[in-house]
Design a protein around this ligand. Structure first.
Ligand code: SAM
Length: 325
């Protein structure tokens, strides 16, 4: 068999670091997490090698993630390198935006256009509560810098948290009304205690219900390498709104993603415990055919049918900061 069933798994989320400059309570809490010793983190040339192997296996889109990818030194040159991987059609970055203002010009010059910005509040004080840091103004100016340089699409990802930020749904929607951004609402995944998760989980159906005042929504067609968001246009909007219901309407049968962690482990599924070590074989000199087989093995371990029915069975193994979302 040659190649990952290419029409299916064509999107790799590549985490380039497990370090982050924020401490969002649901992702990288202040209690700290076990960080990888530097030699355990894949080097950039190793990631570029694996990116070429992945493309040979049918991957067409790579999203660079973290931790926070923009805290790793050399990220701009790495992203430039990814743009030179033959056959790779899309390179995207997901960032919390803290260092975006500073790095956006270099990233743009490196060829990057697709940007996802994670931002759960539009209020400075609340930002501090949610992220444990006072970087709101930097994020805001980073976003403006990216928009003025011409990054497109710019997607803003907001994890909806009941009683913490769900009073801002219309403010976020307004952002997509006034600016050509795609604002995506994301269901809170159970990465915290069951009690805390129950307390702050808000189903996407409820988010859509509250946004019904915006008028009739028109669904947009999904692109081949698209992620799990359902995207809609609303009357009078310059941008779009997206909804990601990973919990209430999980979409295993149409999942087109693999993940590669900074530790060099392939993860078939965000919700499962399975991981395949690819760094070990790579460092022991495995050839590309053998590495390609590991990608196919990871695809074969994907849960194509919805198995995730109870949040108690959710098993990301570690905090999201170590996986990359
Ligand atoms: N630091 C980068 C960023 O902020 O985009 C990339 C890594 S971060 C882990 C990727 C995404 O995962 C962020 O949008 C974050 O909000 C999301 N995330 C983390 N934990 C989550 C959870 N429990 N539920 C939903 N989304 C989560």
């Amino acid at each position: 068999m040659s190649g990952i069933t290419p029409q299916k798994v064509n999107y790799l989320r590549l985490s380039i670091t497990d370090r982050c400059n924020l401490r969002c309570f649901y992702c990288a809490p202040a209690g700290e997490w076990e960080k990888l010793p530097a030699p355990e983190i894949l080097r950039y040339e190793e990631m570029l090698h694996l990116a070429r192997v992945a493309v040979a296996q049918g991957i067409r889109k790579i999203r660079v993630t973290g931790g926070e990818p923009l805290v790793r030194r050399g990220v701009v040159e790495f992203i430039q390198g990814l743009h030179q991987v033959p056959g790779l059609q899309e390179v995207c970055l997901t960032t919390n935006g803290v260092r975006l203002g500073e790095l956006a010009p270099g990233l743009y010059a490196a060829g990057l256009r697709h940007l996802n910005l994670s931002l759960d509040t539009l209020r400075r004080e609340r930002y501090q509560e949610l992220t444990g840091s006072d970087h709101f103004l930097e994020v805001q100016s980073g976003l403006e810098k990216a928009a003025s340089l011409g990054f497109h699409p710019i997607k803003i990802n907001c994890v909806v948290l009941k009683d913490l930020n769900d009073d801002e749904l219309l403010d976020f929607a307004r952002l997509a009304q006034e600016r050509p951004f795609q604002v995506r609402f994301i269901e809170f995944m159970p990465t915290v205690s069951r009690r805390k998760w129950n307390r702050h989980f808000l189903p996407m159906a409820e988010v859509r219900r509250r946004l019904a005042v915006l008028g009739e929504r028109e669904p947009l067609t999904r692109k081949t390498c698209a992620g799990p968001a359902r995207i809609f246009r609303f009357p009078g909007f310059r941008g779009e709104l997206g909804f990601i219901s990973a919990i209430s309407e999980h979409q295993c049968p149409e999942c087109n993603r693999l993940r590669l962690t900074a530790a060099g482990r392939l993860r078939p599924c965000l919700f499962g415990a399975a991981e395949i070590d690819i760094k070990g074989p790579l460092r022991q000199g495995a050839d590309d055919a053998a590495l390609g087989r590991l990608f196919r093995e990871a695809v074969n371990l994907k849960a194509w049918k919805p198995e995730f029915t109870d949040p108690d069975t959710f098993h990301p193994c570690r905090q999201m900061v170590s996986i990359g979302g």
